[in-house]
Design a protein. Structure first.
Length: 110
């Protein structure tokens, strides 16, 4: 029997010193996470692909690399969001960091 596909979504912590217009950022982030995971669930289920979903919190590239290593994954398939040249230059690319640091092969999908 094949192992199921594993879908891992990382929630990065946002540290703000001042509240922003009395908006509950945690609630907005949770809602966005649910939407992302729901879309993945619908696509995988409709395609008949067995999967397990995991939600982790922390720095995305580090958590993905740790998860793959700790769970002895054969390959990582990761999306490229395309933040743009300036943001990527200053903030870095999660997919690039994963590709450079993971111990297993990485496929980057645009």
């Amino acid at each position: 029997m094949k192992n199921p596909t594993r879908s891992v979504h990382i929630k990065e912590r946002i540290h703000l010193q001042q509240p922003v217009f009395s908006v509950d950022l945690d609630a907005l982030i949770e809602e966005e996470n649910r939407d992302i995971l729901s879309e993945a669930h619908n696509h995988l289920t409709q395609s008949g692909i067995p999967y397990e979903a995991y939600g982790l919190e922390g720095t995305a590239s580090k958590k993905i690399i740790e998860y793959a290593r700790d769970n002895q994954q054969d390959i990582i398939v990761i999306g490229s969001r395309g933040k743009g040249f300036v943001k990527e230059t200053f903030l870095g690319s999660v997919s690039h960091e994963v590709a450079q640091s993971a111990e297993c092969p990485v496929i980057i999908v645009k």
